[in-house]
Ligand binder design. Structure first.
Ligand SMILES: [Zn+2]
Length: 1614
């Protein structure tokens, strides 16, 4: 090391190099001579590493230490959690940024980067910053840039480990340094280390205060390089609470004027006396005058601040004192007499004005209430700090007179000796301590200014009755006490922001001075608590972005600027000052296109503050509404906020959204798997018998048994399933009947049975293997996959369903084995090429036992000869195809030479067909052919498709009843059929198995998920069918789906999360809580929780397709190979597998189980499962399920207690009567009245979030009522479809409804608020409600939010008071909310009402949407006979825009005399006449939405477009109903009003023939059709035997007439 003496001339430079290049920590001084600066550097470095320091020194030393620290700290920037931290170097100018950048870069190996305005940092977004933060270790920038990035939440102090502030003496006022420290550093939980550098100017301009401020702001200690400034402070851990009191009522002007005039009058009298004497006398008079003035001031002070009782006390004390005065001089005596007279007059004035309300001020009352609460506490020792000695004395006097306090030792301590004047001996120090150590509880009033340092008292509470004004006063009140921690109580005036600011400032300052960085968070909690109470800033918790009162105005301006958008027009917010009494409020009006229009801020004393406060409120609201994003940057998106972290790049849609589609795998059902495939010894199975009963008694189905390797849960293995066949229905009962042991041979036979039957019926028996057609059984490949291993075997059928007796039908099974053997032996036959005619092999019969019988009575099958009578219902296998048939009958008079029933031109006879196609020469060509029932695909029997309601919901192309082909029969020569011992009852049951197994498999899936959840969350009694419902989407076309549970789950989730947040964050305000909640319950989060548990793999999202179902041993004939480029069954959550492609088919599963799924489906399923757990196991189970997912929702019971305790501190005494009345109305007696008081307190009265107001309880109550009402609706409307249930919920759980409830039950008079505009709003609404007949407001009126809130907050209060007893809350609220909306009273949203009205009247609505800069405009057109009505609306979503337009259209309709109510009347009339105009089944074609037109189509030119653009109809279906449907379709498409039918009926005495039918009646229908702007057409159809056919006839006539007139063209059937 080159630290020789030669470089001593420039020690700074040398040591600099030395330290930088040397290892750290600083090496022991290597130089022999004591180098001052080297020591300075070392000393400063060590101190600065230990705690936060502001170095006051020459630039060099501090810079070097900074560099050393950066190097040292930079070595370990990754913390124990693996998070990388940062170092920030702030320096005031861009030049310095460059300089430092260069310096640090060249001396460290850290990744260093400089930031300054020219780099465009102002325009960087969160991503850009995130990249910078990730890529660098040391960021060098100007404080302004740093502040901006903090304010936008792009940077957080938590990310920093070390922050250097160069030239930090600038930290004052509104300098960015000061703002960084005030707004962020002091609010931060994890503060970085701070190192400040400054070279103070030599002159001592900076006072000590200034230095103190610097220390406090920078949370550091000043360190002069040669003198150390040390401040040692110790502050005990404290418990600190605030007690709020109301602003004192101003003294009434009359009394004030009376007192003023008394003072003036007597002063004049005394002056007169004074002037009449001289010398000592004159001075005495003068002092009397001064006393009079002082007393006057004191009396007014008492009246203003403490109440008449104190003023009275003061005056009485004065009178007592003045009586003692002995006369010395006549004039002076006269003066004293006058003075006494003055006091007496004042006394009488006070007594007169002494109304009850003014006896004690709220502040004094609050103090006395607190002291009263200590009555029984003999250990209570209070010190009460007041500002003025007069206050100490007078309150002490007042308290002494109150009997309640008789056992207290009451004393006071002031700075002066005047005390004796009030009649209480001034308490000496010794006296105080004596009384303190006595057995009596004690109260000591003392002034801050009392100079005597109090001895360390044993003290239980310290009360700041008046706020400390300076740090000194604060410290006075916080002086060391011993014994237990005292409770610190600070009295704060409600709504007085300045005083709050003052105290928090003092506390912060004192605290930051009192601890070093190393000392940790001592005192933090107190500052934090107070800061939250004051709430002068708004923080977005997710990003940490914040706005304070200092920055709120500019943010509002920026937001308004953004509103101007591209038009460049300048939009300005408008401020208006409202004089509300003696406090100010500011009304802020935002430009018209802002998220909201006006807001009135909280009260303030001063107009600037009031403006800042209203802007802060506005920012908060704008963020809640989404107009400011989570970085508090104005966002013009109206769309709901999405979690920016989880957005996949390149994909705009968020997880959990409908638009986003994701590829997911499907979980395998473990219970279906088996390991016994290659087992060589006996296999053990659990047997589940399947018993079938048909509603048609003659229909017999063989019982089956399902053999599984694993036992099923009871609610899976013992179930009944209803199966719907085309014309009948079968009830399948499944039950467990013990274990079954099968040896290897039996297992082989069973497998053989399964392979033959399932492939013969549903699959195929021949496969192409390297070009050669091969029998399946000859293949080496096993058809048995361990993941799908179970047996389905026929058992002997008994009549009793629950008969546990199990006899496997081995006869049938063995018959299958021999059939397979036979097929194998004759397999050669089938491998032959059809062209090799001539060498046709003959079938090798297996037996010929019946050959002796008469030939005419015997039919020769391929393998046996069977008597004719035994043929019926025999199951046979075609030898050339392997297909399975059932013999229906022998076709008489036929032979193989009969005409072939297939392509007769190519193959004239059966014999030629088989010879030429299969190369089979028939041996018995003379045998009659057999009529066979063909096998066919199995169907989905789980859904009753005969129910039209269901079929309407099915998507096109899905498998459904209508697609079933009519039964086909086949003819075949008997010798091609292999006979079996199986009868038709077995093959019939086989058709039931796919559907039944599908249901069982689904239930197994559900129980598998349940097991998975139980493993982590404990067992809850939730049935597998309920879980299955939650896993099933509507796309599955089952009888059940997740929507209803999802609706319930949504409420449960909201409630659980709300409760959790409410209890966990007792200090957080409603806005914070809401934003936290929405982050947890938003779809993106639910998606994250769901996929975290791989829930997506359990979701069932496509209809059951029996064709793709395969039994073990069955070959799939509908393979869907995977084309997803994935080897695994599982699909990773990767961008590659996300898409927004709208053409993707949802739900279709490939053979590996991959399928595309709507991202939202996963979020929905999470909610539905939550609903299922709630239904099955109550809230406990629901919370258990949430825990499994990782959603925090647990309630800590002790927190409930805390909540109650907090509310119990509120003094409700003045409102006791109010509370009791309201309790009576509720029928609930609160244990903690403070809760109800909180619930009825509007924020306008509680001022600026100090004290209590109902918002938090409302936040809770909203969720409570939501879950209670939803649960009620769910329980009571089991048959309602999910859409209707949703409508019911939104009709019940809404502000308007609650507002009406509040008025109906007269809760509104109890609301405590102070706002005249609110008063007006409420009165107007009460008037409105009184005129209301039902419980529904007109669509364009709204209930005041505050009234709805009131009901919710009361519900929240009852919930907390009852310690979260939901049933108790419901007991209180069910009668209050009744009647709860029922489906028939459901008020429909305007669009739905419009559609239903038009549907019923036969009008059709055309809708058109255009989107312009995020605003959707809806244009609805409705064509009546005589005119076109139009409705327009706009809004952020299609739904909203359409709602507005629909409302407009409904009003227009109403003005033409058409409304929902008139619709009902019409309906009644029609029914009465018994002449229904239209046939119900098709009159109102159910459609979810009206026809949508492409925007370019103009409906205004409808008549023109008809000429040029004639609609072409598909060929008319001439079946019954066909023409009618076609006519309705035309009318709907062309927007013509619904045609009107009229039918005339004729009766005849004798039957007449009409068409194909005979009857006694004939019907003839006439149609009237109005084509707007064209003509009215009237046609009459032909006479028909029934009414509906006559409609068809008329409709056809009408269609032809329309075609003739050129209105339509009808396609021709091909
Ligand atoms: Zn795939």
């Amino acid at each position: 090391m080159e630290s020789g003496e030669g470089t001593k001339r420039n020690p700074l430079k040398r040591t600099f190099e030395q330290f930088i290049s040397s290892s750290i920590p600083v090496p022991q001084s290597s130089s022999m001579d004591c180098d001052d600066e080297s020591h300075q550097v070392k000393g400063l470095y060590e101190l600065a590493m230990a705690r936060n320091v502001v170095a006051v020194s020459k630039a060099g030393v501090a810079k070097m230490v900074a560099l050393m620290m950066i190097k040292q700290i930079g070595e370990a920037l990754v913390d124990s959690n693996g998070d990388k931290k940062l170092i920030a170097f702030l320096t005031p100018t861009v030049d310095l940024v460059h300089k430092q950048h260069k310096e640090i870069k060249s001396h460290t190996n850290l990744r260093v980067e400089a930031y300054f305005g020219a780099r465009g940092v102002d325009g960087w977004d969160a991503d850009a910053w995130a990249k910078e933060i990730n890529d660098h270790d040391v960021l060098i920038m100007t404080p302004q840039i740093f502040l901006n990035s903090l304010r936008k939440g792009y940077m957080s102090l938590e990310r920093l480990r070390f922050i250097v502030l160069d030239e930090c003496h600038q930290t004052t006022g509104n300098h960015p340094y000061a703002l960084i420290m005030k707004e962020f550093y002091h609010q931060s939980k994890r503060r970085p280390k701070v190192f400040g550098m400054t070279a103070f100017p030599e002159n001592k301009k900076d006072s000590e205060d200034r230095l103190r401020e610097l220390e406090s702001l920078l949370d550091s200690q000043l360190y002069g390089v040669d003198n150390t400034i040390q401040v040692d402070h110790y502050i005990a851990e404290e418990r600190m609470i605030c007690r709020f009191y109301d602003r004192p009522q101003p003294l009434d002007p009359v009394t004030r004027a009376e007192l003023e005039s008394l003072e003036l009058k007597f002063d004049a009298v005394l002056l007169n006396c004074q002037n009449s004497c001289d010398g000592v006398e004159q001075e005495k008079c003068q002092s009397l005058r001064d006393r009079l003035a002082r007393n006057h001031e004191k009396i007014l002070f008492c009246l203003d601040n403490l109440g008449t009782v104190c003023a009275h006390e003061v005056v009485k004390g004065r009178i007592e004192k003045v009586c003692e005065v002995q006369n010395e001089c006549r004039v002076y005596n006269g003066c004293v007499t006058q003075y006494r007279a003055y006091l007496r007059e004042v006394l009488s004035v006070i007594e007169r004005s002494s109304a009850a309300a003014r006896q004690q001020s709220s502040k004094l009352h609050s103090l006395l209430e607190y002291l009263k609460s200590l009555r029984r506490d003999t250990e209570a020792h209070c010190i009460i700090f007041v500002e003025r000695s007069m206050t100490a004395k007078v309150i002490a006097r007042v308290v002494k007179k109150i009997p309640d306090f008789s056992h207290f030792n009451i004393s006071y301590l002031t700075e002066s000796n005047e005390a004796s004047a009030v009649g209480i001996s001034p308490t000496s120090e010794i006296g105080v301590s004596e009384s303190y150590y006595g057995n009596k509880a004690s109260i000591l009033f003392r002034t801050y200014a009392s100079k005597k340092r109090a001895h360390p008292f044993k003290c239980s509470s310290v009360i700041c009755f008046d706020l400390p004004k300076t740090s000194g006063e604060y410290n006075q009140s916080r002086q060391r006490t011993f014994g237990e921690d005292p409770l610190y109580i600070t009295f704060i005036e409600r709504g007085n922001v300045e005083s709050l600011n003052q105290i928090s400032h003092i506390i912060q300052k004192e605290d930051s001075m009192s601890h070093t960085a190393a000392a940790g968070d001592l005192g933090d909690s107190r500052v934090k608590d107070l800061a939250t109470d004051i709430n002068l800033e708004y923080v977005v918790e997710s990003t940490g972005a914040s706005v304070t009162i200092g920055s709120s105005i500019s943010l509002v301006h920026r937001y308004c600027q953004k509103l101007g958008g591209k038009t460049q027009s300048i939009q300005m917010p408008k401020f208006e000052t409202l004089n509300d009494g003696w406090m100010l409020r500011t009304k802020l009006t935002l430009p018209r296109n802002a998220a909201f229009e006006t807001i009135i801020g909280p009260e303030a004393h001063e107009s600037k503050l009031s403006k800042q406060l209203v802007c802060l409120e506005a920012c908060k609201k704008l963020h809640t509404m989404g107009a400011l994003d989570d970085h508090l940057v104005p966002s013009m998106k109206v769309l709901p906020k999405i979690n920016s972290n989880s957005i996949v790049k390149g994909l705009a849609s968020a997880p959990g959204s409908t638009k986003r589609k994701e590829l997911h795998g499907s979980v395998s059902v473990r219970l279906m798997s088996g390991t016994w495939r290659d087992k060589l010894d006996t296999a053990v199975f659990y047997a589940y018998k399947m018993h079938f009963v048909c509603n048609i008694a003659q229909q017999k189905f063989s019982s089956f048994v399902l053999l599984l390797e694993t036992k099923l849960d009871d609610d899976v293995g013992n179930v009944d399933v209803e199966l719907y066949l085309l014309s009948k229905f079968v009830k399948a009962s499944i039950f467990y009947c013990g274990q079954v042991y099968l040896d290897v041979e039996k297992v082989a036979q069973a497998k053989c049975f399964q392979e033959l039957l399932f492939n013969g019926l549903f699959g195929k028996m021949f496969v192409k293997s390297s070009g050669v057609r091969q029998l399946l059984f000859q293949s080496e490949e096993s058809l048995w996959d361990p993941s799908n291993m179970y047996l389905l075997l026929p058992v002997e059928t008994t009549d009793k369903a629950s008969d546990g007796d199990l006899t496997i039908n081995w006869t049938a099974i063995q018959s299958c084995v021999s059939t397979v053997e036979f097929l194998k032996n004759n397999a050669l036959l089938n491998t032959r090429n059809a062209n090799e005619v001539g060498s046709s092999p003959s079938i090798i019969p297996s037996d010929s036992g019946v050959a002796e019988l008469n030939d005419s009575q015997v039919i020769h099958l391929a393998n046996r000869s069977v008597p004719l009578d035994d043929l019926k219902e025999m199951v046979v296998v075609a030898i050339h195809t392997g297909r399975i048939y059932t013999i229906l009958k022998v076709v008489a008079d036929s032979s193989s030479e009969s005409q072939f029933d297939g392509d007769a031109t190519r193959y004239p006879t059966f014999a030629t067909y088989y010879r030429e196609k299969y190369g089979i020469a028939l041996k018995y060509p003379g045998q009659p052919v057999l009529l066979l029932k063909q096998s066919h695909n199995s169907h989905n029997l789980l859904v009753d498709f005969r129910d039209e309601g269901m079929s309407l919901k099915t998507e096109p192309g899905s498998v459904k009843g209508q697609n079933r082909k009519p039964q086909q029969h086949a003819h075949m020569p008997p010798e091609l059929l292999v006979g079996t011992d199986l009868r038709t009852d077995i093959s019939k049951s086989m058709y039931l198995l796919p559907s039944l197994m599908h249901r069982l498999e689904s239930l197994m899936l559900a129980s598998q998920l349940r097991e998975e959840i139980s493993r982590h969350a404990g067992h809850f009694n939730v049935s597998s069918s309920l879980i299955l419902e939650a896993l099933t989407t509507q796309r599955c076309c089952e009888n059940f789906s997740m929507e209803r549970l999802e609706l319930l789950g949504d409420s449960v989730l909201k409630y659980a999360v709300t409760c959790h947040l409410f209890l966990k964050n007792p200090k957080s305000h409603e806005g914070h809580l809401s934003s936290q909640r929405s982050r947890i319950v938003c779809n993106a989060s639910l998606h994250k929780f769901g996929t975290g548990r791989k829930l997506q793999e359990y979701i069932r999202d496509c209809p059951f397709d029996p064709r793709r179902w395969t039994a073990p041993g069955q070959l799939s004939i509908w393979p869907t190979p995977c084309n997803h480029e994935l080897d695994t069954k599982e699909v990773p959550l990767d961008e590659r597998f996300f898409s927004e492609d709208t053409t993707l088919t949802i739900g279709k599963t490939c053979d590996k189980g991959h399928r595309w799924m709507g991202s939202k489906t996963i979020s929905d399923c999470v909610e539905a499962l939550l609903g299922a757990y709630f239904v099955g196991g109550g809230l406990v189970a629901a919370i258990g399920f949430m825990k499994w997912l990782g959603i925090e929702g647990e309630f800590d019971p002790s927190l409930i207690h805390d909540s109650i305790k907090a509310a119990s501190l509120y003094s409700y005494a003045p409102k006791a009567e109010e509370i009791a009345t309201l309790e009576a109305k509720l029928g609930y007696d609160f244990t903690t009245k403070g809760l109800l008081l909180e619930a009825i307190t509007h924020e306008s009265i509680s001022g600026l979030h100090v004290g209590h107001s109902y918002e938090r309880l409302e936040f809770l109550g909203d969720a409570v009522l939501d879950i209670l009402i939803t649960r009620y609706l769910y329980d009571n409307h089991g048959n309602l479809d999910p859409g209707e249930l949703t409508d019911l919920r939104s009709a019940s759980v809404n502000n308007d409804n609650f507002a009406i409830v509040a008025v109906r039950h007269k809760f509104h008079p109890h609301l405590l608020f102070s706002s005249s505009s609110l008063q007006v709003e409420i009165s107007a609404f009460i008037e409105l409600v009184s005129q209301l007949s039902g419980n529904v407001l007109a669509p364009d009126t709204k209930g005041p939010k505050v009234l709805g809130d009131l009901v919710e907050s009361i519900a929240g209060a009852v919930l907390v008071d009852s310690k979260l007893d939901l049933d108790r809350v419901w007991k209180v609220f069910e009668p209050i909310l009744s009647p709860i909306v029922t489906p028939d009273k459901l008020e429909l949203p305007p669009s739905r009402e419009l559609i239903e009205l038009c549907d019923s009247l036969g009008y059709f609505v055309k809708q058109q949407f255009t989107t312009n800069e995020g605003v959707v405009h809806a244009d609805l057109k409705l064509q009546l006979e005589d005119r076109l009505l139009e409705g327009q609306g706009s809004g952020p979503t299609r739904k909203a825009a359409k709602g507005m337009a629909a409302l407009q259209l409904l009003k227009k309709l109403e003005s033409t005399g058409i409304s929902s109510s008139s619709k009902l009347n019409n309906g009644d009339k029609d029914n009465a006449s018994g002449e229904s105009i239209t046939e119900p089944s098709i009159s109102a074609p159910k459609q979810d939405k009206p026809f949508e037109l492409q925007p370019e189509t103009s409906s205004a030119a409808a008549s023109d477009s008809c000429k040029t653009n004639i609609p072409v109809l598909p060929p008319i279906n001439m079946r019954k109903g066909g023409p009618r449907t076609a006519l309705y379709d035309v009318c709907r498409k062309e927007q013509w009003p619904m045609p009107a039918f009229q039918t005339t009926e004729k009766s005849f005495r004798t039957a007449i023939k009409l068409g194909d039918t005979m009857g006694f009646n004939s019907y003839k229908s006439q149609i009237n059709l109005v084509i707007p702007g064209f003509d009215k057409i009237e046609v009459t159809g032909e006479e028909r035997a029934d009414k509906k056919s006559s409609f068809d006839s008329a409709a056809l006539t009408m269609l032809l007439e329309l075609e003739r007139r050129g209105k339509i063209a009808i396609g021709v059937a091909k």
